[in-house]
Design a protein around this ligand. Structure first.
Ligand SMILES: Cc1ncc(COP(=O)(O)O)c(C=O)c1O
Length: 446
């Protein structure tokens, strides 16, 4: 042990408890053996295994010892490896850092992953993709855009940014998604776009929604920020409507740090949006007869993804099958562990398992924040998706007023909901540990 080691007594205790747990020996016996070894200068402290440390919590409390410091299970954490680091470093070893071969290859590879002839345009965020979508469809002042109440503010913010009016629709209890019937009731002659959100990776029932949009000739945007890998009968979400918008923010299914993908089944939409995304310039470097010469037939923005980000995205995408499988397995273990607890688990066919979203029911329904605090104290990172129905957020409430009775579904999810971790960063047994923590905390709070 070095003199810089903090609290050596505590660390020794942790290691002793770990040894007892690992060997199955009685704690007192292990303590005796270790102290005998220490007297003879034979003990050397090493790294304790994280899973063992977690299991040791039980042993420590049974023995009456102070509980050792244990690891926290984070809600989300980017799942990076050496291939990702090398992919990024390799880009730095060559001269092209923006709109080069990495971005083009990432678009092709994401299109292949989506299937069904998807056309992809890499962008700097999902919000950028949404903004480009509304801009492409010519949404502006006087137009209405139908959006879910239960979503990230970005879904509506981007519609507001082009001057449109957000028309919020409540969600369904089982999935947190909008239904075709609820959307139909919100359509008016001013509806210029419908934007659905696949809530925490659970696909909306897209066939009736797409049929409704077609029937009214209204462009359909799919906000797939949390839905990489979500498919309905093999078709990836984002390809049911006219446009799909994805996010590669750090805790998403794959990450490029910041970043996103604009996807369309229409080649002409994708190629027009690719220009909008890059200043509205009419030709790429390779297409310029005279270097540096181009025109701007339409105004654009700069929403490009860098080559560094694209290389990271490509590397992450190579592991997408494993990422999705780990998320699926973690979700399944956690869901089983929660059976019988006073919670409703939101789920649905084709779920890509961004997180496991529960809604507290019965006596604990009004104690969500206590439950969140209790989980934190037990080392379980949890979050809230989303913190408020968007129409209740200040900007929207002040602009449109807020009638809670119109958003009972969204209030239920926002005010009584907890998002639990299922990401690939979880270790074996974490699903069971999270479920046990939820059960214990819910019991305490009731
Ligand atoms: C449904 C939804 N849409 C849009 C966004 C914004 O994504 P980005 O940060 O990539 O712009 C998020 C972020 O979590 C989201 O959950």
């Amino acid at each position: 042990m070095t003199s810089s080691t903090p609290d050596p007594d505590k660390k020794s205790r942790v290691i002793i408890v770990d040894l007892a747990v690992e060997t199955g020996l009685d704690l007192a016996k292990v303590e005796g053996v270790v102290s005998a070894f220490a007297q003879h200068g034979l003990v050397e402290l090493g790294h304790r295994r994280r899973s063992a440390a977690r299991r040791s919590e039980g042993a420590a409390s049974v023995s009456g010892m102070a509980a050792p410091a244990t690891r926290t299970i984070p809600f989300g954490r980017p799942w990076l490896n050496d291939d990702d680091r090398k992919a990024v470093a390799d880009v730095l070893d060559q001269p092209i850092l923006a709109h080069g071969p990495q971005s083009a290859a990432f678009e092709d590879e994401f299109a292949r992953f989506m299937g069904d002839g998807a056309h992809c345009v890499s962008v700097s965020s999902c919000a950028a993709a949404l903004h480009l979508a509304y801009s492409y469809f010519g949404v502006g002042p006087g137009d209405e855009v139908i959006v879910p109440a239960e979503t990230h503010a970005a879904t509506a913010n981007t519609a507001e940014w082009v001057g449109a009016t957000s028309v919020f629709v409540d969600c369904d209890d089982a999935t947190g998604n909008m239904t075709a019937d609820a959307i139909r009731a919100a359509i008016t002659p001013r509806t210029k776009a419908i934007t659905v959100v696949h809530f925490v990776g659970i696909p909306c029932d897209m066939r009736p929604i797409a049929a409704l949009a077609r029937e009214h000739g209204i462009p359909l945007v799919e906000d797939c920020a949390l839905a990489v890998g979500a498919r309905i009968d093999g078709t990836h979400v984002g390809l049911f409507g006219d446009v799909g918008c994805f996010s590669f923010y750090p805790v998403k299914h794959i990450t490029t740090a910041e970043g996103g993908m604009f996807v369309s089944k229409h080649a002409d939409v994708a190629s027009r949006v690719a220009r909008l995304r890059a200043h509205g310039v009419d030709r790429s470097h390779g297409e310029r007869a005279i270097p540096g010469m181009y025109d701007v037939p339409t105004i654009g923005l700069n929403y490009r993804l860098s080559e560094i980000q694209a290389a990271l995205g490509r590397s992450q995408l190579r592991r997408i099958d494993e990422i999705l499988e780990r998320r699926r397995a973690n979700f399944a273990a956690l869901k089983v562990g929660l059976a019988g607890a006073p919670v409703r688990v939101l789920d649905g066919t084709g779920n890509s398992h961004y997180c496991l979203s529960i809604v507290l029911e019965g006596d604990v329904a009004s104690k969500r924040n206590d439950v969140l605090r209790g989980l934190g104290e037990r080392g379980v990172g949890a979050s809230v998706y989303y913190p408020q129905p968007v129409p209740r957020m200040t900007y929207y409430r002040e602009k449109y007023g807020y009638d809670a009775s119109s958003y009972t579904g969204a209030e239920d999810v926002s005010d009584r909901g907890i998002a639990l971790p299922v990401g690939p960063h979880l270790e074996e047994g974490d699903g069971e540990a999270i479920a046990a923590a939820v059960r214990a905390v819910v019991e305490d709070a009731a």
